[in-house]
Write a protein that binds this ligand. Structure first.
Ligand code: HAS
Length: 571
């Protein structure tokens, strides 16, 4: 499997090659001990990809009506494996591993205490993952990745997920401590952008996970242990979505770290604007959390005013994504023109299309255009009535998290893993990686496109075929469900190719040095205003927004709840 490094290696446009050799840059490496910690996360993340992807394949087959699960395996059991492994485990492990590497690369090696915290967090998360996975495999926790009550799981499943969250807090703390140390050692200076971004993502995660921690500790655990007879379903869903929408930005922000900081370097350009990148992250910190009710627009029990307010705030959280789109377009155009691209689109051809570190995340960016537009439809109050609980929503999140985000993760893994293992991404692996990205794009276009259309025709999400198969409506949806199975199969082939590349990069690729690309800010970008790093100011605004958006709705849910069903008693 090992290939020698040849002159055909990862091709770059001629000018970029020349530029690199002129600068004759020394590759700055992630500290060896920190690399081990980051790599440990990659093993779990890609293991989850393989198993979760297999569960996804089974699912699209079952939904096509042409296949039945063997050995008494349940549809919801497979759906839970798929959602938990890909939505919660692959993402959390990749994010934490990537952030450790990014912090170590840009702020410097972790101290022994910080690294120890990182390992403690990793093992706490892993014990939690094994506990939760065991319960799902035993069919004791077929409650999907959102674990909505009144579906009830074994208490070990909830305790396992709680450990995953606690472990991620410990890891986040370790990264924040490294950032604090950097600031102490470099008083008055602007911190390294990637480290700053990792800190913002961790802070958002801390605040968001409080919701799900309260739900698990005070509602789901006592209920699954039989300590309380009933819990308030609406309260549990509200606490879940307080966390749940920020969860999607916890997935997205590491992809944005790659788009803002890594991709410009990969194409040989500069970071468009340090200030714009920091501002967009701060806006995510503010607006990711007070918007969860847009997942509950059809639910009774929350007054229309609060739904409307959170819809308005949702439109605010679209702004940093539009800023990101603008920044990326500008970066690409500037670099393309620098390389001699002429006319309206000449610059476009100059981008390094054969370099998987660019192409694979770029496919993700393209998918995010319809994915984001779909999100705007979802958030548009009245239009939500049409698509809610249909498979349109599944189509939406397969474009956002399952394409824009994960293709960016994979594109990053293709240089990060060899960087950490001290190996090279060969031209053969580069072509395989590009093939996986193209297969993913084709498979997802078919699968997600069919999901969007079937959703508009009313096809439900999360419903077992046997509950609607044979009905008049199902006949209308069936061709789209077959298309989903075809798209899903192509996606699974893509996953196998990705796993092949990852195995090569972990153990078989030739020894060598692979760069961890970090772009410098463009000259003339101006000094970054210190206010962008003043977490006290932004923290106060964040607290105010959360209090405004959530206090009265939660107060009303608790006070209107039938006695004894909330797990909380106010009076
Ligand atoms: Fe969403 C449901 C609204 C973004 C994930 N979403 C979900 C669920 C998931 C999910 C998992 O308002 C299902 C949850 C469940 O199980 O029930 N979503 C939005 C909105 C956005 C959005 C307004 N979602 C995401 C992201 C996700 C994600 C990101 C994962 C990572 N979503 C909703 C709503 C629901 C929902 C409702 C509930 C539906 C229901 O009723 O159940 C926005 O953040 C989107 C903003 C994005 C853009 C796109 C910007 C484009 C960019 C690419 C630029 C391209 C370039 C390429 C530069 C405005 C940045 C250059 C090209 C060249 C040619 C050079």
């Amino acid at each position: 499997m090992t290939t020698a490094v040849t002159s055909k290696e990862v091709k770059q446009p001629k000018l970029q090659k020349a530029k690199n050799s002129i600068e004759n840059e020394k590759i700055i490496k992630v500290d060896r001990k920190d690399a081990k910690l980051a790599l440990a996360h990659m093993y779990v993340a890609f293991g989850a990809l393989l198993l979760g992807g297999l569960a996804g394949l089974l699912q699209v087959f079952v939904r096509s009506g042409a296949f039945q699960l063997p050995f008494g395996i349940g549809y919801y059991q497979v759906l839970t494996v798929h959602g938990v492994l890909l939505g919660l485990i692959l993402t959390t492990y990749f994010i934490m591993g990537f952030q450790f590497a990014a912090v170590s690369r840009t702020a410097g090696p972790l101290s022994n205490t910080q690294r120890k915290l990182g390992w403690i967090g990793f093992w706490v998360m892993t014990i939690g993952t094994v506990a939760a996975a065991a319960m799902v495999l035993l069919n004791e926790a077929s409650v999907l990745y959102t674990f909505y009550a009144p579906l009830q799981a074994h208490w070990i499943f909830y305790a396992g997920l709680a450990l995953v969250v606690v472990g991620s807090w410990i890891e986040g703390l370790s990264q924040i401590l490294r950032y604090a140390q950097w600031r102490k050692e470099n008083k008055g200076q602007t911190s390294p952008l990637l480290t700053f971004m990792a800190v913002v993502n961790n802070l958002m995660w801390f605040v968001a996970t409080l919701g799900v921690a309260i739900e698990v500790l005070f509602q789901l655990l006592p209920w699954s242990l039989g300590l309380v007879e009933r819990i308030d379903v609406l309260l549990s869903r509200t606490l879940f979505w307080y966390f749940g929408h920020a969860l999607v930005y916890f997935w997205l922000l590491p992809a944005y770290m790659v788009w803002y900081v890594v991709i410009p370097k990969v194409i040989g350009g500069k970071l468009f604007s340090d200030s714009l990148a920091r501002l967009s992250f701060m806006l995510f910190l503010l607006f990711s959390i007070p918007v969860g009710v847009h997942h509950q627009l059809t639910e009774p029990g929350i007054d229309g005013f609060w739904k409307f307010l959170q819809v308005v705030l949702t439109f605010f959280v679209i702004v940093p994504s539009l800023m990101t789109a603008f920044s990326m377009f500008a970066t690409f155009e500037l670099r393309g023109r620098e390389l001699g691209g002429k006319g309206a689109m000449g610059w476009f051809k100059r981008l390094p299309w054969k370099d998987c570190r660019f192409l694979v995340p770029f496919i993700g960016m393209i998918a995010f255009i319809p994915g984001g537009a779909g999100g705007i439809v979802n958030a548009s109050y009245q239009m939500n009535q049409l698509i809610h609980n249909t498979i349109w929503v599944t189509g939406h999140f397969h474009l956002t998290v399952a394409t824009a985000v994960v293709l960016t993760y994979f594109g990053a893994a293709f240089w990060l893993i060899p960087h950490l293992t001290g190996r090279k991404l060969t031209s053969k692996m580069n072509s395989m990686a590009n093939t996986s990205g193209i297969l993913w794009a084709v498979g997802m276009f078919i699968m997600s496109g069919a999901m969007h259309i079937a959703g508009l025709l009313g096809a439900p999400r999360r419903s077992e075929y046997s509950t609607y198969g044979g009905s008049e409506q199902a006949a209308e949806w069936i061709s789209y469900q077959i298309a989903q199975a075809i798209g899903g199969t192509i996606l699974f082939i893509s996953i196998l190719v990705i796993i092949g590349v990852v195995i090569n990069l972990l153990w078989f690729a030739p020894k060598g040095e692979e760069e961890f690309p970090v772009a410098e800010a463009a000259p003339g970008g101006g000094k970054t205003p210190a206010i962008l790093e003043n977490f006290k100011v932004w923290g106060v605004i964040l607290a105010a927004l959360i209090i405004i958006a959530y206090t009265i709705p939660i107060f009303e849910i608790i006070t209107n709840s039938p006695v004894g069903s909330t797990g909380f008693k106010l009076w």
